[in-house]
Design a protein around this ligand. Structure first.
Ligand code: ZN
Length: 263
């Protein structure tokens, strides 16, 4: 198979140096505060255009992760409306740095809400969004009211957003925690979305179907390297590690995953 792009989630100040340091040819970064509601920023010296050029020169693919606080599905107007606005700002700035995609969690509705309302909120968001870069909806680990946890809900979600070009980011830890069988999850999701644009290759600190979202280093968690490697192989998409890393950052994990994929 063609060698896939693999790399870690890194700090924003110099994502290219962080990639080079661990032998990565892809990285994911935040643009600004991942827990806040401020407009996105580029902290790389020289700004967006300099980062774009540096990434091209180093042949490093950039992916942006939207702030965790965004929830375009919720019925809470005070969350949903600013979420849409900041999502567009994130997409715009991701395009300026030449990112390959913008990852956003599927979100959720409140416990007394019908999930269909959240699905419809996603549809409205997707309709109005100017997706200058692919927007990749990421599956999440827990909650009964999540938009991208179970295959059933993902099917509803894609009926609503699929025609608007939304992409998919498959997180192995989240899928395992959500109770999806990793051996068949890629095929099942591909049947729903028609695409997997990115894999978040994370091991888990928790048991299968725990609903918990605690990432572990590849090969050191409850999933193990092999099932994660098989997901990557089946998806055939670029890979981002969102794991704690060891002494040398994520270099050992990237090496182990590359060796697994070469067998
Ligand atoms: Zn993830």
């Amino acid at each position: 198979m063609v060698e896939l792009r693999i790399g870690p989630h890194v700090k924003q100040d110099d994502p290219i140096a962080a990639a080079v340091a661990v032998g990565a040819n892809a990285v994911q970064l935040f643009l600004g505060d991942p827990q806040g509601w401020k407009a996105p920023t580029v902290s790389y010296p020289g700004g967006a255009s300099a980062l774009r050029q540096a990434a091209a020169d180093a042949d490093v693919a950039l992916y942006v992760h939207a702030p965790y606080v965004l929830n375009v599905a919720t019925t809470n107007n005070r969350i949903r409306i600013p979420s849409r606005k900041i999502l567009q700002q994130q997409v715009d700035l991701a395009a300026e740095i030449g990112a390959q995609g913008l990852v956003i969690h599927g979100g959720h509705v409140l416990k007394d809400d019908a999930p269909e309302v959240g699905i419809d909120n996603w549809r409205k968001c997707a309709e109005r969004l100017d997706a200058k870069v692919p927007v990749l909806i990421e599956n999440t680990a827990g909650g009964d009211h999540a938009m991208a946890r179970t295959l059933e809900r993902m099917t509803q979600l894609w009926d609503a957003v699929g025609e608007h070009g939304m992409g998919f980011c498959f997180d192995t830890c989240h899928a395992f925690s959500a109770g999806l069988d990793l051996a068949e999850a890629v095929d099942k999701i591909m049947a729903i979305t028609g695409r997997i644009d990115l894999v978040h290759a994370n091991d888990s600190r928790d048991e299968f179907n725990s609903g918990a979202d605690r990432h572990a280093n590849l090969g050191e968690g409850t999933i193990g390297l092999e099932p994660i490697g098989e997901v990557v192989r089946a998806a055939g998409a670029p890979v981002i590690l969102e794991t704690p890393g060891a002494k040398n950052g994520n270099a050992d994990e990237i090496g182990a995953l590359r060796r697994y994929l070469a067998t």
